[in-house]
Ligand binder design. Structure first.
Ligand code: LLP
Length: 423
C-alpha cells in the first residue's frame, strides 16, 4: 500500500523535502532533534471550523475530549476557539483551568470519579457530571449536599450498540464497563430528580472511538430519544443531549462522514423529535479534532535484515506512539526526503526491548542506510497523550507550526527529570 497524504493539506512536498505548513521537517530535526511531535495550527483551525460551521445557528457546545492531546497550548487553542472540554480526571480539570478554559464548559466523564475529584469539579463549577453508575450518582449527590450545592448531572446511557471499531475502543456494548444500562436509566433518573444534592440537566452516551460510518451513531441516538420521551412523560425535563465523541478519521483508506454530513444526519433526526429539538446539543470529539493535525518525526538509526525481513530501526518507539502495538493502529509512514533507489518493504521498529515495539509493518519506503527522516502521520490524537518513559526514554518534544512560525509547546524531557521524584 502506498501511503498518500492528499487528505492532509497542511503537509506538502517541496524541494526542501516534506513541509508542515511553511516549515521543513529537516529544519525541525536539525534544530530540535528527534523524535519530535509536530502539529499544524492550520489543521486544528480547519477541523474545529468544520464542526463549528456545521452547528452554526444551533444551541450547541463542542467539547474537546482532551485525553486525545492535553498539551496546554492545544487546550488554549480550543478554549479561545470557543470549545468546551470533556474531562475524565482531576488532572484533566486542573489542566483545562491552567490553560484558561472555563469550568462552566466542562463535562466530566469517566467510570471511576474519586471523592476528591468530584469535590474539586463541584467547587470549580463544571457544567455537568456524566454519571456512569448508581453508586457514583449517590456519591456525587452526597458530596454536593454536604457542600450545600446541587450537582448538575446527566446519565451516561449505554445504548448497547456495536460501534464496530477495535474492541479496546468500543464502549457502547452492554458487556463494556461504561455507562448505565438503558433499562435501568429511567429508575435512576427518577431517583436523581428527587435528590436534594442533584440537578438533572442532561443525558449522554459515548459508544466508542474511530467510528467511520453513521449507523452506530444513529442507533445510539434513537435509544436516547426514546428515553428522553419517556422521561418527559414522567415530568423529567432535560436541557441537553450529549452524543459523546467517536467520529473516526482517515488513517489510510477509511472514509468517515465529514463533520457537515455527520451533523446533518444527527440534526435532521433531532429536529423531528418534540423534546430533543429544543435541547442544547453537546459533542465530545477528540480524534476528529486533533488526530490529523499532527505527526511524529523520527530518524532512521539502522537498517537490518533478519531472515527475509528487512527492518528500519528508528529513534521513535512504542513508548512514544503505542497505538500500533496496542490496537494494531495503522499510521502512514513517509520519507521526508525519499532516496532515488527502488522502494523496499520495511518493518519500521523502535529501539525498545519488546517484539511489540513496531510502528508499521511491511511499509514500502525508499531509504538510505541511516539518518533518513521519516514522518509517522495521523499521530495528533492519542500519541503523545499515551506516551511513557519505558526503557528510560525521555518523552519527545512537541512543536506547533503556524504558517512560517514554529513554537516549542513542550520541551523534550531531560534524562535527569526521569528520576527527579525518586529516592
Ligand atoms: N468521550 C468519552 C467519554 C470518551 O471516553 C472518549 C474517548 C471521547 C469522548 C473521545 O473519543 P474520540 O472522539 O477521540 O473518538 N486511545 C484510543 C482511543 C481511546 C478513546 C477513549 N475515549 C486510540 O488511540 O485509538
Amino acid at each position: 500500500m502506498q501511503d498518500d497524504f492528499a487528505h492532509l493539506p497542511w503537509l506538502s512536498r517541496t524541494e526542501r523535502g516534506l513541509c508542515v505548513e511553511s516549515i521543513a521537517l529537516t529544519d525541525i530535526a536539525a534544530q530540535h532533534g528527534t523524535p519530535a511531535w509536530v502539529y499544524s495550527k492550520q489543521a486544528l483551525s480547519k477541523h474545529w471550523q468544520a464542526f463549528a460551521d456545521a452547528l452554526s445557528g444551533r444551541k450547541a457546545l463542542i467539547c474537546y475530549a482532551m485525553k486525545a492531546n492535553p498539551n496546554l497550548s492545544i487546550l488554549r487553542f480550543f478554549a479561545e476557539a470557543g470549545a468546551g472540554f470533556d474531562i475524565v480526571s482531576g488532572g484533566e480539570l486542573a489542566r483545562v483551568l491552567q490553560a484558561g478554559g472555563s469550568a462552566s464548559t466542562i463535562v466530566f466523564s469517566g467510570v471511576g470519579k474519586r471523592r476528591d475529584e468530584i469535590r474539586d469539579a463541584l467547587t470549580a463549577g463544571v457544567k455537568c457530571f456524566n454519571v456512569e453508575s448508581a453508586a457514583e450518582l449517590r456519591r456525587i449527590g452526597a458530596i454536593a449536599a454536604d457542600l450545600g450545592l446541587r450537582a448538575p448531572i446527566s446519565l451516561r446511557v449505554n445504548p448497547d450498540v456495536d460501534a464496530k471499531s477495535h474492541p479496546y475502543i468500543s464502549t457502547g456494548l452492554k458487556e463494556n464497563k461504561f455507562g448505565i444500562a438503558h433499562q435501568e436509566a429511567l429508575a435512576l433518573y427518577r431517583e436523581a430528580a428527587k435528590h436534594p444534592g442533584l440537578k438533572v440537566v442532561g443525558i449522554d452516551c459515548h459508544i466508542g472511538s474511530q467510528i467511520t460510518d453513521m449507523p452506530p451513531f444513529m442507533a445510539a441516538l434513537e435509544k436516547l430519544l426514546e428515553l428522553i420521551e419517556q422521561l418527559h412523560s414522567q415530568g423529567i425535563a432535560l436541557s441537553h443531549l450529549d452524543l459523546g465523541g467517536g467520529l473516526g478519521i482517515r488513517y489510510t483508506d477509511e472514509d468517515p462522514p465529514s463533520p457537515a454530513a455527520f451533523m446533518q444526519s444527527i440534526v435532521d433526526r433531532i429536529e423531528r423529535h418534540p423534546q430533543a429539538r429544543e435541547m442544547e446539543l453537546i459533542f465530545e470529539f477528540g480524534r476528529a479534532l486533533v488526530g490529523n493535525a499532527g505527526l511524529l518525526l523520527t530518524r532512521l538509526e539502522y537498517v537490518k535484515q533478519n531472515g527475509d525481513r528487512l527492518f528500519a530501526v528508528v529513534d521513535a518507539a512504542m513508548n512514544d506512539l503505542i497505538r500500533p502495538a496496542l490496537y494494531e493502529g495503522y499510521h502512514p509512514i513517509i520519507e521526508v526526503h525519499p532516496t532515488t533507489g527502488e522502494p523496499k518493504l520495511y518493518d519500521v521498529v523502535g529501539p525498545v526491548c519488546e517484539s511489540g515495539d513496531w510502528l508499521g509493518k511491511a511499509r514500502s519506503l525508499r531509504l538510505g542506510v541511516e539518518d533518513d527522516l521519516l514522518a509517522i502521520l495521523s499521530a495528533g490524537a492519542y500519541g503523545m497523550a499515551m506516551s511513557s518513559n519505558y526503557n528510560a526514554r525521555p518523552r519527545a518534544i512537541e512543536l506547533l507550526v503556524d504558517g512560517t512560525s514554529l513554537r516549542v509547546i513542550r520541551e523534550r524531557e531531560t534524562v535527569a527529570s526521569l528520576w527527579q521524584s525518586e529516592v
